[in-house]
Design a binder for this molecule. Structure first.
Ligand SMILES: O=c1ccn([C@@H]2O[C@H](COP(=O)(O)OP(=O)(O)O[C@H]3O[C@@H](CO)[C@H](O)[C@H]3O)[C@@H](O)[C@H]2O)c(=O)[nH]1
Ligand SMILES: [Mn+2]
Length: 364
């Protein structure tokens, strides 16, 4: 069995991290999807961020413990700085991360259901995320047999012994069966594109590699990386839409690499039910598709000096580089850089830094 923090075995009837994890849901539709998740979510606390008309009453199915915030609440709590929270898209979920007081967060969209594994068994997505987060990651050297900390797995021959302890896992990025997370152009050319392939694997994304982080089925250690999980303002009505989660992912990965923390992708799967109209998505994504080719080289070149010993310091440093380098691409990025600073201000106000994790650690 691999060394390092190994995924905990689940004890039937005992929900893992029950008092240490919040489930954050951005919601503009109904919350009926929660019925299907009842066996897996019922012991956890939900934070629902309601988008759309705040006077609309949104029904939470009986028996769930929750707090619900609408736009008016966000304005009341953040005052003029509420503008950094993007509404009109899934990015309003960031507000849930901000007000959570838990160590871990799992976020899921309101049109996602319980998937089944190839044996027909319902997948407890939350439990798998927790296993991913509670076991170590291996960003500094790739293990060809996937996550060595999973039951029955291990490190292969040639894997340096000095790296087998692994490092803390900051993010667990889950995947989707049925409707894949395609961009609008791919949706347009593959209208019937479905993901039916269940791959029983979890991988650490190597240090230095960026990835497209999708917010649909995502969990993270809020205590470690929470201040970098800012999804916006990149939503509808902005110059660039549907890149809210991507932006958070690039910032997060660059910071995790600097701090010496891991990001895992793969299991668990959820069942994603429907794709939004690709033509509407194309309109939202248009600038993003174009700018993507500039944004990735930008993030590949972000340098974080050793003085950046907290996530907040790293994030502010990235915001400065956004302004200096991407502001030339479009003034929109100056606005985004300012929103990033505001986000850190409100994060620190609502989450006073006590023992903020510091780094960088291994591998620098
Ligand atoms: O104005 C809105 C629109 C949506 N929401 C909530 O956000 C999530 C996702 O919304 P939706 O299912 O409509 O969109 P998708 O394209 O399937 O989702 C992905 O797009 C990514 C980019 O934004 C994002 O990470 C994914 O979530 C649902 O829960 C809606 O209720 C909203 O609050 N306000
Ligand atoms: Mn959706």
């Amino acid at each position: 069995m691999a060394t390092g923090r190994v995924a905990p075995a689940s004890v039937p009837g005992t929900p893992l991290l029950k008092d240490e994890l919040d489930i954050v849901i951005p919601a503009i539709r109904s919350l009926d999807f929660l019925e299907t998740w009842r066996p897996f979510f019922q012991h956890y606390h939900l934070i629902i961020v309601q988008d759309g008309d705040p006077s609309r009453a949104i029904r939470v199915p009986e028996g769930f413990e929750y707090e619900l915030y609408n736009r008016n609440d966000v304005k009341r709590i953040l005052g003029p700085r509420a503008a950094c929270i993007s509404f009109k898209d899934s990015a309003c979920r960031s507000f849930g991360y901000l007000v959570s007081k838990k160590k871990y967060v799992f976020t899921i969209d309101d049109d996602c259901f319980v998937a089944k594994d190839p044996s027909g068994k319902e997948i407890n997505a939350l439990e798998q995320h927790i296993k991913n987060l509670l076991s170590s990651s291996t960003p500094f050297f790739f293990n060809t047999l996937y996550d060595p900390y999973r039951e029955g797995a291990d490190f292969v021959r040639g894997y340096p012994f000095s790296l087998r302890e692994g490092v803390p896992t900051a993010v667990s990025h889950g995947l989707w069966l049925n409707i894949p997370d395609y961009d609008a152009p791919t949706q347009l050319v593959k209208p019937l594109g479905r993901n039916n392939r269940y791959v029983d694997a979890v991988l650490t994304i190597p240090k230095g590699s960026l990835f497209p982080m999708c917010g649909i089925n995502l969990a993270f250690n809020r205590e470690l990386i929470g201040p970098a999980m800012f999804f916006g303002p990149l939503g509808d009505g902005e110059l660039i839409g549907r890149y809210d989660d991507m932006w958070a992912g690039w910032c997060t990965k660059v910071i995790c690499d600097h701090m010496g923390w891991g990001v895992k992708t793969g299991l668990p799967y959820i069942w994603r039910n429907k794709a939004i109209n690709p033509f509407l998505n194309l309109k939202k994504e248009c600038n993003g598709v174009y700018w993507l080719e500039e944004l990735i080289p930008f993030f590949q070149c972000v340098t974080l000096p050793k003085e950046c010993t907290t996530v907040q310091k790293c994030y502010i440093e990235i915001s400065k580089q956004v302004k200096a380098k991407l502001g030339k691409l479009d003034p929109y990025f100056n606005k985004l850089a300012e929103a990033m600073v505001t986000w850190i201000e409100v994060w620190d106000e609502l989450n006073p830094p006590t023992n903020a994790p510091s780094g960088p650690v291994k591998g620098k």
